[in-house]
Design a protein around this ligand. Structure first.
Ligand code: PLP
Length: 390
């Protein structure tokens, strides 16, 4: 294993792989909420939901304390549970399939398309059985799944769709913003996402009736009426967003388009630098150069394991030592032990497994400069060159 000396000695400040951008107006707004006497779910959540609904073309939207419970609740609203199957991708944050288990249904994984890294739509129909009730597609790194093909399959087989758009706020399909159309659409506001509420999420639904049910699942199933009436008809959880978090979201949403444009510009620089001869000879797989639809939530490369003498973990360690943050999003889900126990094994989904072993997220966030991207690419190229088979 060889460490390029110019990299190992780097004294530049640490560059994280992501970092939220919170402005002073938002911080002052949060302080105001903290001093207001009402800090849990209240007027700020309602205001945030109204702004989100405006953003999503007037569709019903409710806010929650994660972009995980949003998907669980969508499945519950759709009546999906024991005895049902839900088709999804093995290359995602494990939340995507855990929610299927949580409601008592069975995940049915379909391998990814190695180019888009999203579920391979051409393979979905062969995975459909009489027990299939829904599809959960994931827009990995903000690259949207082809919504035309997705909804054509769903319609043909009468399936619900819970779009895991955790990473794709502000992405578009055929000129329309993700969330403005389709069935259930779930977003996350985790700090790594393009906008944040610290922790949080929202669910876009079809009808006010679904939204009312979502409110019940959000807080213990409770429905209030009159002055002191209370009823509980469904087993709900504790998934409400606080007003403090909602105020952060209210300060973030107006900046989303600008944040996404900055991400796009930085992604273009990555492509430009990786196209240089020394970099392009390495055999790295870059993401699709989609500057029409993607919100560029992440810039992920796939390392060429067959050409390298070191594993991804060593590449990560050397980048980290050079002051460059990096992460894995994600290992293949079906190889986690709770999934292996349910029968999945290595070899089941070769494209997801290759990506799961070799995918690497490089720094990308608003506020990064061209010089930062140059530094990342130079470091990665030097590490890979020093550790490639000749
Ligand atoms: C693809 C994907 N799905 C689901 C989630 C879950 O979101 P949260 O962390 O807000 O629960 C995330 C966020 O980490 C994600 O990236």
């Amino acid at each position: 294993m060889s460490v390029p000396t110019e990299i190992a000695k780097s004294a530049a400040p640490f560059l994280p792989f992501t970092r939220p951008t919170i402005d002073d107006e938002t911080i002052a707004g949060v302080v105001e909420v903290l001093r207001s006497g009402w800090i849990t779910s209240g007027p700020k959540v309602k205001e945030f939901e109204a702004k989100l609904s405006e953003f999503f073309g007037g569709r019903p939207v409710r806010a929650f304390n994660s972009g995980t419970c949003t998907m669980e609740i969508a499945l519950r609203i759709a009546g999906i549970g024991t005895g049902h199957e839900v088709i999804t991708t093995p290359l995602s944050w494990v939340a995507t399939s855990n929610v299927i288990l949580e409601v008592g249904a069975r995940p049915v994984f379909v391998d990814i398309d190695p180019v888009t890294r999203n579920i391979d739509l051409a393979r979905i129909e062969t995975a459909i059985t009489p027990a299939t009730r829904a599809i959960i597609p994931v827009d990995l790194a903000g690259q949207p799944v082809d919504r035309d093909r997705l909804y054509a399959i769903a319609k043909k087989h009468n399936l619900r769709v819970v779009e895991d758009a955790a990473q794709s706020i502000g992405s578009t399909w055929a000129g329309k913003r993700i969330g403005c159309f389709g069935d259930f659409v779930s977003f996350s506001f985790h700090p790594n996402k393009n906008i944040t509420t610290i922790e949080g999420g929202c669910l876009v639904m079809n009808t006010e009736a679904e939204a009312k049910l979502a409110e019940q699942y959000r807080l213990q199933g409770v429905v209030r009426s009159g002055t002191d009436g209370m009823e509980v008809e469904v087993v709900g959880g504790k998934f409400n967003l606080t007003d403090v978090a909602a105020r952060v979201g209210l300060g973030q949403l107006p900046h989303l388009e600008k944040f996404n444009a900055q991400r796009r510009d930085l992604a273009r620089i990555y492509f430009e630098l990786f196209a240089a001869p020394a970099a392009s000879a390495l055999g790295l797989r870059l993401p699709p150069a989609d500057f029409t639809n993607s919100n560029w939530h992440m810039f992920q490369v796939i390392l060429p394991e067959e050409k390298l003498t070191i594993k991804r973990s060593e590449v990560m360690t050397q980048l980290q030592a050079a002051g460059i943050g990096n992460q894995v999003h994600y290992p293949a889900i079906h190889l986690f032990s709770i999934y292996r126990k349910r029968g999945w094994k290595p070899g089941d989904f070769p494209n997801a497994e290759y990506a799961g072993r070799n995918i690497l997220t490089l720094p990308l966030f608003p506020g990064m400069t061209r010089a930062d991207v140059v530094r990342v690419v130079d470091a990665l190229v030097a590490i890979l060159k020093a550790n490639s088979r000749s």
